[in-house]
Write a protein that binds this ligand. Structure first.
Ligand code: GLU
Length: 492
């Protein structure tokens, strides 16, 4: 069997969304599983909508997900993508071939005329297709049109009868009626740019793509493309149209459903390994039970035969849960590496943290690791570890710091901490116990106000861990700061 060659061919017109990333991943997994090649081709022939920024977003997203491509302009493994805008001569060349074979022709109909005829077809209940009017124009007629200032498009001369069969590896055999479903579509626009359906065939053929794996929304384009392959005498690749992705309400996934772009997921701190794992399950599954797959396991197990025909539902809660699983599997050193940029951006940590600062950061992460779903949460969760001017949550202050004994408890703890040689549980717990008896309260009534005093809120790692991490000096200062705050609010 010839070597597998697949491609990801995004149009750089906006963010890379879940669907596009999933298509890229399935292609990449297929290539890696078969030891084949994964090609990245930027389909930027729509000059009005394509931007360099969008291309960069795609490249960044693929790099973040670890989906590396194997060839392109460049050398020594450092390849740029292929750009369709740099291959325009090729498309022109093959359009000429089709013209010579009588399988393409110039069309001078104006958009207004086409629209008018379309409306008439709709009125008559006919299928809306190009009526072939320019197929047999004489040179003289063409000349006349040109003199009127009309610039032609080039249309493909589609088959007029029979059916085009798409043998799809996911969807099985799908037949398209040539009369009603494939008309003489445009392959070159009047601005001199090829259309998607044409350029994609020329490229897939010249790049020797063996398997076209893409979203099901392209299934209806496939008969058009197959007719072009056949007209040019190219071998037709295998097709695999992968199911659409829906939101929880079962409508097509869109921005309405919340975060859907890979950039957003990156910014929120989803780990690439979790993203790859989650995306792989959007339309593919190994068996009914396994959901956690390392990337290398996916490479080993992925195949098109297990791709479902049914739409997949994007479930952000499941992705979040999965991210938490992957976070807990990181070593503290790895977690530090991914958390660092977030803390730097928040201004908690400098460009190059000293070994002591790093050690402190890692001790914090040890306490937070089990409670995180997103890496971005480290900013809020760790604020009070890095900033002495942390805010007190008003409703928590009202709930917890208004209880009797608050002031006495804070004073008592101040004394206990001041006298302690170490701020660990072993040293402090027996001291705190003494306070409980004195005030006739329970441990929770003592710990809650200290927690609020030291962190500004009522959720944190274990109180002794917080005390130890902050250290005596900061604990004492925070107890004082809290008292001042309570006095100012006239709560004590
Ligand atoms: N540029 C097309 C898109 O982004 C590519 C479709 C295909 O893979 O053929 O939808």
């Amino acid at each position: 069997m010839s070597t597998v060659r697949v491609r990801f061919a995004p149009s750089p017109t906006g963010d890379l969304h879940v669907g596009g990333a999933r298509t890229a991943l399935f292609n990449w997994l297929y290539a890696r599983h078969h030891g084949g090649a994964f090609v990245l081709r930027i389909e930027d022939t729509d000059a009005a909508r394509s931007t360099e920024a969008a291309t960069q977003v795609i490249i960044d997203a693929l790099e973040y997900l670890g989906l590396d491509w194997d060839e392109g302009p460049g050398k020594d493994g450092d390849y740029g993508p292929y750009y369709q805008s740099q291959r325009l001569d090729l498309y022109r060349e093959y359009a000429d071939v089709l013209m010579e074979k009588g399988r393409a022709y110039e069309c001078y109909c104006s958009p207004e005329e086409l629209d008018q005829r379309r409306q008439e077809q709709i009125k008559l209940g006919q299928s809306t297709r190009y009526d072939g009017r320019c197929l047999h124009l004489s040179e003289e007629e063409k000349q006349n049109f040109r003199e009127q200032g009309r610039v032609p498009v080039i249309r493909f001369k589609a088959l007029e009868e029979g059916e085009t069969l798409v043998e799809d590896l996911v969807r099985g055999n799908v037949k398209f009626d040539n009369v009603t479903q494939v008309d003489d579509f445009v392959i070159f626009k009047s601005d001199g740019m090829p259309t998607y359906n044409f350029a994609v065939v020329v490229d897939d053929a010249l790049m020797k793509i063996t398997h076209v794996i893409r979203g099901e929304d392209h299934l209806s384009n496939t008969p058009k493309q197959i007719q072009i392959y056949q007209a040019l005498g190219f071998a037709v690749p295998k097709f695999a149209h992968i199911p659409m992705i829906l939101g929880p309400d079962k409508s097509l996934l869109s921005k309405r459903h919340g975060a859907t772009s890979v950039t957003q997921f990156y910014d929120e701190g989803y780990l690439a390994s979790a993203m790859v794992n989650y995306l792989s399950l959007l339309g593919w599954g190994y068996d009914d039970s396994q959901t956690i797959f390392s990337t290398s396991e996916l490479v080993e197990k992925f195949g098109l035969e297990r791709v479902s025909k049914n739409p997949a539902v994007f479930d952000i809660q499941k992705l979040e849960w999965m991210n938490g699983v992957y976070i807990r599997n990181l070593s503290l050193e790895e977690l530090y590496e991914v958390a660092l940029p977030f803390w730097q951006k928040a201004g908690y940590l400098p460009e190059a943290p000293s070994p002591e600062v790093k050690e402190y950061a890692i001790r914090i992460l040890k306490e937070l690791q089990s409670r995180m779903k997103l890496i971005a949460e480290v900013v809020e969760l760790a604020e009070y570890f890095f900033r002495d001017d942390y805010e007190y949550k008003e409703e928590i202050v009202q709930k917890i710091m208004t209880k009797p004994h608050t002031e006495s408890v804070l004073d008592f703890v101040y004394g206990a901490v001041q006298a302690a040689v170490k701020l660990d549980e072993e040293t402090l717990k027996p001291q705190f116990q003494v306070g409980l008896e004195t005030f006739g309260i329970k441990m929770g009534d003592l710990i809650q106000p200290i927690r609020v005093a030291l962190t500004g809120t009522n959720v944190s790692p274990g109180i002794y861990d917080v005390l130890e991490l902050l250290g005596k000096e900061r604990v004492l200062a925070r107890l004082e700061r809290t008292k001042a705050m309570l006095k100012e609010k006239e709560l004590i």
